[in-house]
Design a protein around this ligand. Structure first.
Ligand code: SF4
Ligand code: SF4
Ligand code: SF4
Length: 268
């Protein structure tokens, strides 16, 4: 269990706790204003922040800055990777979804209308406070799940996101154009999301060594051995997203609870 499960999920998966999606939470701590300001200003605010981070990285200040940035991020806007089966369970807890353009891709690719984000609250006041560039699409649960299942097959990694923790406002579908991927994994600046509560395992007997899964894994967690012509997953690198399963014609990959994997139990 990650620390949010202990703090915000009473020891169960925090993102499967209905209260964390509730209007009662949205009503508190100016969350609507926070979310609207976060989303409306993202593509203007983040590039200067990244430049500032680049400057700090070159100085000894980076060691001091990291815990402060991490603490603030956990308080305000933190994510966790979730595999498709948990996405299905999350949609049992919400009314539907609002699809909107991905703000990270606005920054990293310049595409202002890459529609990979799903708002999990149908709150009209919040929707009205987003600027016109978001052109929201309201989806039923089934429509949202159908479209996210297709993204899963493409290898996009799902994650939930807080807007002033523990309120969960969004579900994202990401590739390496994602700011969270870059800051947490590629640049290793500081963590902005947890890995999933899961880790992938390969059944060696079933694997034919085709290596399709290696191309699907965004995190470089799958290794091939020419010795036995099989792949293995490094549990200390795996994020538990589960998207490698979608390309395996041999059904050789399964997710196991992170808690059951001693090398990965404390790797978040
Ligand atoms: S976390 Fe992913 S889907 Fe969400 S805004 Fe960033 S790249 Fe887009
Ligand atoms: S896709 Fe499946 S069969 Fe192919 S290498 Fe990966 S685990 Fe093995
Ligand atoms: S090996 Fe792990 S990180 Fe890579 S795609 Fe599979 S579940 Fe995701």
């Amino acid at each position: 269990m990650c620390e949010f499960c202990i703090q915000h999920g009473e020891g169960k998966k925090w993102y499967l706790t209905m209260e964390n999606y509730s209007l009662e939470l949205l009503d508190q701590e100016d969350r609507r204003e926070y979310a609207a300001k976060f989303l409306n200003g993202f593509h203007k605010r983040v590039p200067p922040e990244i430049r500032q981070l680049d400057r700090i990285r070159k100085t000894p200040l980076r060691m001091l800055a990291k815990p402060v940035l991490t603490r603030n991020q956990k308080r305000d806007h933190y994510g966790q990777v979730v595999p498709m089966e948990d996405v299905e369970r999350i949609f049992d807890l919400v009314q539907g979804a609002v699809r909107l353009p991905c703000v990270c891709r606005r920054v990293t690719t310049g595409n202002m209308n890459a529609r990979y984000c799903y708002g999990l609250t149908m709150d009209q006041q919040l929707m009205d406070s987003l600027d016109d560039s978001f052109s929201l699409e309201t989806l039923t649960k089934d429509e949202a799940l159908d479209s996210i299942r297709k993204l899963d097959k493409e290898g996009l990694v799902h994650s939930v996101w807080t807007f002033k923790t523990p309120f969960i406002g969004g579900l994202c579908n990401c590739d390496q154009d994602c700011m969270a991927y870059r800051i947490t994994h590629a640049r290793k600046d500081y963590p902005v999301m947890f890995r999933a509560e899961w880790v992938a395992e390969v059944a060696a007997d079933a694997c034919n060594g085709c290596r399709l899964c290696m191309r699907q894994c965004q995190y470089g967690a799958i290794r091939y051995s020419s010795n036995n012509k099989k792949v293995t997953v490094d549990p200390t690198v795996c994020y538990g997203c589960g998207v490698c399963r979608a390309v395996c014609n041999k059904d050789a990959i399964a997710l196991a609870p992170r808690a059951s994997m001693k090398e990965a139990v404390d790797v978040w």
